[in-house]
Each structure stands twice: as C-alpha cells, then as structure tokens.
Design a protein around this ligand. Structure first.
Ligand SMILES: *Cc1c(COP(=O)(O)O)cnc(C)c1O
Length: 362
C-alpha cells in the first residue's frame, strides 16, 4: 500500500472524498439514468463556459486530455486548411506533432517558453501567411505555468474569419473563460484538472454550427468529434463506445462541488490565493519563480533550482515522505521544478508545505 500524500501536481490532482465515493458502484452504460447523467454534465459544462445550448455543445471524448486535443486537430481541420499554432511549451509542441502525423498544412509560431504568446506576434504571422484558416494555442501552458492572454488574441483572430482552438486543459473551471465573448470555436479540457474529477475523459466545448460543418473530415473512427456529437444528439447522451462510467459519476459529483464552492469565480479566488501564498513563501525561503508575476497562472508555478548542486530527487523524496508530491520541471533553458496548487488544496496545506520545505532545506 502506498503512503497517502497530497498531490501538488497539475492533474491528476487530489479529489474530495465525495468524488472518490461516487465511483464506488458499477454503473450500467446504456441505461437511461446513465445517459441523463451525461446530458446533465454536458449542460453544466456549458454553464462553466458561460454559453448557451442553442449555439454551443459540450462533447466528451474517452481518454486523457491529449485525446480531446487530437480529436479536434484530426477531425475538424481538412486537407485544404492551414493551421497556425502558437507554441511556448510542450503542449503547443504536441499540437504541432499531431499536425505532422495527420499531414496538415501548418505554421508554428514558436516563442521562448518563459514568454507569453502575444497579439503582436500572432498578427505578424497572420500578415505573413494570408491563407491561415485555423489557429490553435494553449491557455495555461502547464509546462511552465505561464498564462497566455487568449482574451487579447482570440477575438482578434476570430474577427478575421479564422477558426479558433484553445487548449484550456489546465485552466477551464479554475480561471473564468467566457467562450462566446472570447470567440473561441473549440475549447478543450479534461475531467482531471480544475473541475477536480479523476482521469478518464476529455471534453470539447464547440460552436455547434461549425462542428456540424465538419462531418466527414475525421481521419480516425474513435476520435471523430462530429461522430461522437451526432450520436449523443441522436441518442440522448449515449457515448459511441464504452464510456468511463465511474469517472463520469465522479465528474458529475465534482461539478456539483464546483457549484457549491461558488462556481469558477470562487474557485479562481482560492487557486489565486493558494498560488500567491506559495510563490511568496517560496521566495522567502530563497527560491526564485521562473515566470514574471504578470504572466503567472494561478494553477502551477515553476521554481528555479536554488543552487547548482540542488538535488531535486532527494528534495522530492523528502517532501513525499512528508506527504506532498510535487512535479519535476519540463524546460531546457533553466533547471526547474514545479508545484501545482489546484484540486482539494487549501491555504493551510500551503502553510504546511512551506514548513516542510523550510525544514528540508535549513
Ligand atoms: C494536462 C494537459 C494536457 C493533456 O495531457 P494528458 O496527459 O493527455 O491529460 C494538454 N494540454 C495541457 C495544457 C495540459 O495541461
């Protein structure tokens, strides 16, 4: 048996007891009650996205978050289209890899991982490549914890008639996003991040009219976003293939808890104060934050190694034995490690973490 610990990672994250209890039953997958649960959470997701059912739909896709992103990339962009990808971390790069695999015509706008994607750069690329039809970028680049300014960029790009795709995997539910106002056509997130469910599926908030125009584009059977949508519409929330029944019930409970907490605004508040407490406490202990404060997300923070001989593995093991699990860094320029502050994580947990770190390093 593994010792229990608090996950300070960007998901899977620490979930509540009630979310875990919701999985303590073997549910039937084609039963009407089950389909109602699916329809209900699809509806709740639109509320989180601040959009209505006439214009938007929420479509779940089995698998981890990447499956949802790949579903959008592989089944909504045709061979005649051209995709611009904003890249300042591993998740942006992943979209470029997908585009390569599917042979999509694409242009990569690559920025230093410590800097945000800016409207200025995107404009420059759109002026240079006049045949761009689709644009994809990451909201919170979990690689570093930087928050890209989608609210500056996406409406501008959309106004040019370009289809907009946002990977909001690690921010949706934890940072307010008005999908309609921000003119996002496809937003992707998953069950195990800021909604605070367990891993097992991703979901796409899609503009219906646009999604309905993508029928027949899909290059795969199982990642066909339109296919999953059409089946759910036709059959009252029936998933095309075996769905993660336990995960779905846990997710339903997690959405109830999000509402009970006071919605995205309240959750954003809690995450932000967790992050501020974490960053200032770590700086007092001598650690430096990688990302400029003005671009830092309230989700996960990268800290630079305090010295050349800093042994991350030893630090990690000591923290784990104190009941905290953190994350290694993921960028090449500077050695870093990351600490997430989302999930069932509260101010007192950050206080305890900082005490534990103080004891390890001093
Ligand atoms: C977590 C995450 C993903 C998906 O990763 P999976 O391991 O497939 O769940 C994609 N993009 C971002 C920004 C993420 O944080």
């Amino acid at each position: 048996m593994v010792e229990k610990y608090l996950l300070l990672t960007p998901g899977p994250l620490t979930t509540s007891e009630k979310v875990k209890q919701a999985m303590d039953f073997d549910y039937c997958t084609w039963d009407d009650d089950y389909k109602k649960i699916t329809q209900s959470f699809r509806h709740s997701l639109l509320e989180v996205a601040q959009v209505n059912e006439d214009e938007y739909t929420a479509v779940p896709i089995q698998g981890s978050g990447t499956y949802g992103v790949e579903s959008v990339i592989s089944s909504t962009i045709s061979n005649k289209d051209k995709l611009l990808i904003g890249i300042n971390g591993a998740y942006g790069k992943r979209i470029s890899e997908m585009a390569d695999i599917y042979g999509l015509d694409h242009v990569d706008l690559v920025v230093d991982e410590r800097e945000p994607i800016t409207l200025e750069l995107v404009t420059e690329y759109l002026n240079k490549y006049l045949d761009i039809t689709h644009f994809a970028m990451i909201h919170c680049e979990t690689t570093t914890g930087i928050l890209n300014p989608i609210e500056d960029i996406i409406p501008y790009v959309s106004d040019k008639g370009i289809v907009t795709i946002v990977d909001a995997m690690s921010s949706f539910g934890g940072v307010p996003i008005n999908v309609k106002e921000e003119k996002i056509d496809y937003l992707i997130s998953s069950s195990n991040k800021c909604i605070q469910g367990v891993p097992g599926f991703s979901f796409v908030i899609a503009r219906k009219k646009l999604l309905e125009s993508t029928e027949g584009i899909s290059r795969t059977l199982s990642l066909d976003l339109y296919g999953q949508y059409a089946e759910m519409e036709r059959n009252n929330g029936k998933w095309r293939f075996t769905s993660p029944t336990h995960v779905v019930h846990a997710f339903y409970e997690a959405l109830e808890e999000l509402k009970a907490e006071g919605g995205v605004t309240a959750r954003h508040q809690r995450y932000s104060s967790n992050q501020k407490h974490l960053a200032s406490g770590m700086e007092e202990l001598g650690f430096k934050v990688l990302i400029d404060e003005k671009n830092q997300s309230p989700i996960i923070t990268s800290f630079i190694y305090p010295s050349d001989d800093f042994d991350f593995n030893e630090f990690y093991q000591q923290l784990k034995s104190d009941g905290f699990v953190i994350y290694p860094g993921k960028i090449s320029q500077v050695p870093t490690f990351r600490i997430g502050n989302i999930g069932e994580v509260y101010d007192e947990d950050i206080t305890k973490l900082l005490v534990a770190i103080d004891e390890i390093i001093n």
